[in-house]
Write a protein that binds this ligand. Structure first.
Ligand code: PEP
Ligand code: MG
Length: 539
């Protein structure tokens, strides 16, 4: 059976299907006897200790590898496992002769129901966390190994409705051969992460995913965007041939990793990486990144229960700055809103979130979020070559306001005696308004970076995550190209750099058009870098 979806991360793979267990552990006994109470209380406490210990090991592993934001989720799960209220509710039930494995599941459900009933969308989503943690404690008591992603011990193709960064973080390196998800678009989390990890992915296959959950083997083509459940021998052979061809192509690209790409006319095009977390920095350098064209800071803020402090942000930005040394690193200020929610901040509900309170609009309205971020960037700039970039700018007033706050933060830090570095300020050109007003914006910017993902959706009035609008989701449209041309002309007149950090920058067929229009830098998922350098070198 063939499932078609969106090709979200190139590459092919065939392997055993892995469906993360969402089923609940099934306790074999509900009741205990009076004389078992003492021993069962003890067993419950030990199970909590073991699970909290496992979770905190995962958190430590993630934190040392630089994935602070994912580590935060597991630290939160440790707290949940050790929650005294949870313990006393379970112990009371054990006292009433319920088995601990059944009691912890029942209490987990009670707590989850309380969370789910909360108005706050973020708190409601915590119902799944509490089920996850209590399920693990129960499984430990039953003697069953923990489920879901940590249980993945053989390299497999993961089939799942959706995948969160926390899920991918739980997968051991090398264990995911491919991803197939019901939800998602090319610009959703799983796609961005899969591309950074170089794992083939097909997303947005829709409810048809149900029909293949029982498959033994799955073949994925993340370039073309389809998956085949239980492929026959011919198909497997064809995939092996494609995989061999791709591996050869990749090996042939190796020599391009560290070249400084120029066109035959001698136009130098810088090729940089888009990063979503600090942990991607070293791999990006290995792929040949000449800098970071886009560091999506919202990933530091998402998937955790609280907001990262100025200090935590300072550490994260400094780590990337240090890893890249003199190479430029563009830190984009928070871009939540649209399809990206920010836990811990009430964004309200909007009828048209993509046309709503997102990017710089939100930052300007929430100095309590914006200022610590700008302070962290300014301080981290002392450790490397950082630049700051504002997302979703629609007019010069927003840029002026943002720059004024940046100046204020700089003055405050200086008066506090803190070390601060120089940072150039740039603007993302991702609203048609910014492209039309590029001339004015260029006068007050040190660089531009064109966000084609949003520029396309706003120019063509086509939701970037709606899989039915694929025809209207390419930058190769005369209206979008005209706006890119206009932006490049304005940048060139002002003598500033103009990059592209939307997905189009990594698409070989778009690269020649972008370079011809005047783009001077391309920023993409790191594994796409060698091929982009080759394409540029052959222009
Ligand atoms: C873009 O819009 O092209 C972009 C790079 O930003 P994001 O995908 O994070 O919205
Ligand atoms: Mg954008």
């Amino acid at each position: 059976m063939k499932l078609t979806g969106i090709g979200a991360s190139e590459g092919v793979a065939v392997g055993p299907a892995f469906v993360p267990a969402t089923d609940r552990p099934e306790p074999e006994r509900d009741r205990i006897t009076e004389d078992e109470v003492g021993a069962e209380l003890q067993r419950f406490r030990e199970a909590v200790e073991t699970i909290a210990g496992n979770l905190s090991e995962t958190a430590d592993r993630l934190r040392t590898s630089g994935s602070g934001e994912e580590a935060g989720i597991f630290e939160f799960h440790v707290e949940m496992a050790k929650d005294p209220e949870l313990a006393s509710a379970v112990e009371e039930r054990i006292g009433h002769l319920e088995s601990p494995e059944a009691a912890v599941l029942a209490v987990g459900e009670e707590f989850a129901a309380e969370y789910a009933a909360m108005d706050d969308e973020y708190m409601a989503a915590r119902a799944d966390d509490v089920r996850d943690v209590t399920g693990q404690i129960s499984a430990q008591l039953i003697g069953r190994s923990i489920s879901a992603f940590e249980a993945l011990k053989t390299p497999s193709v993961v089939l799942s409705y959706s995948l969160a960064p926390s899920d991918t973080a739980r997968i051991q390196k090398g264990m995911a051969l491919g991803f197939v998800t019901a939800e998602g678009s090319r610009t959703s989390h799983v796609s961005i992460m899969a591309r950074s990890m170089g794992i083939p992915a097909v997303v947005g296959v829709g409810p048809k995913l149900d029909r293949v959950l029982g498959a033994q083997t799955v073949a994925v083509d993340g370039g073309e965007g389809y998956a085949i459940a239980d492929p026959d021998a011919d198909t497997v052979a064809e995939f092996e041939r494609m995989s061999g061809a791709l591996a050869e192509e990749l090996a042939a690209l190796d020599e391009y990793r560290h070249v400084e790409a120029s066109t035959s006319e001698g136009r130098r095009i810088e090729v940089a990486a888009n990063l979503g977390s600090v942990s991607e920095a070293h791999d990006a350098l290995k792929w040949g990144a000449e800098g970071v064209g886009l560091f999506r800071t919202e990933f530091l803020f998402m998937e955790r229960d609280d907001l990262p402090s100025e200090e935590e942000q300072y550490e994260a930005y400094s780590a990337v700055a240090r890893a890249f040394g003199e190479k430029p690193v563009i830190i984009r200020t928070l871009d939540v809103g649209g399809d990206k929610d920010l836990p811990g901040v009430d964004q309200g509900s909007e009828e048209n979130p993509f046309l709503g309170w997102r990017g710089i609009r939100m930052s300007l309205d929430t100095p309590e979020l914006f200022e610590p971020q700008l302070r962290a960037i300014l301080r981290a700039a002392a450790n490397g070559n950082l630049k700051v970039m504002f997302p979703m700018v629609a007019d010069i007033g927003e840029l002026e306001a943002a720059k004024a706050i940046l100046q204020k933060c700089r003055r405050e830090l200086e008066s506090e005696g803190m070390d601060v570095g120089e940072v150039e300020t740039g603007v993302m050109i991702e609203t048609p308004a910014a492209a039309v007003c590029a001339g004015e914006l260029a006068e007050q910017s040190a660089f531009f970076s064109i966000g084609t993902n949003d520029l396309v959706q706003y120019t063509l009035a086509a939701d970037r995550s709606n899989e039915r609008l694929r025809r209207l989701q390419s930058a190769d449209h005369p209206a979008v190209l005209a706006l890119i041309r206009r932006t490049c002309e304005a940048a060139s007149a002002a003598g500033i750099q103009v990059g592209v950090c939307g997905e189009a920058a990594g698409e070989p067929e778009m690269i020649s058009k972008l370079v011809e229009l005047g783009v001077t830098e391309l920023s993409m998922a790191a594994p796409q870098i060698p091929r982009a350098k080759k394409v540029v070198s052959e222009l």
